[in-house]
Design a protein around this ligand. Structure first.
Ligand SMILES: [Cu+2]
Length: 100
């Protein structure tokens, strides 16, 4: 039982060490498919793959965009590569994106 706990702690530390360089860079890279564009709330709903830098597995979720112009660059069904940062309020914000 104790062994398992230490294995978890070790795994957590390893993940942290892997994630640190990504934090240092500011953003985390991700790929996904645009599901919806909300230009009023400045939100893209994206079905994304795993994002190790954010400790996130694949899921569909909303992202804010840093620049409203990004909203007109994509439409539902587009496959994109993007970079996410966490803002001071803990929201996920796309700071860069491009079509795949
Ligand atoms: Cu997610």
């Amino acid at each position: 039982m104790k062994d398992n706990v230490w294995r978890l702690v070790g795994g957590g530390l390893l993940l942290l060490m892997l994630a640190l360089p990504v934090w240092a860079n500011g953003g985390s890279q991700a790929v996904g498919e645009v599901k919806a564009v909300d230009s009023v709330k400045r939100i893209l709903t994206i079905s994304h793959g795993p994002i190790p830098g954010l400790n996130m597995s694949a899921m569909t979720m909303d992202f804010y965009v840093a620049d409203p112009a990004m909203l007109s660059e994509v439409q539902p069904g587009d496959k994109i590569r993007f970079e996410v940062e966490t803002d001071r309020r803990g929201r996920y914000v796309i700071v860069d994106l491009e079509l795949e």
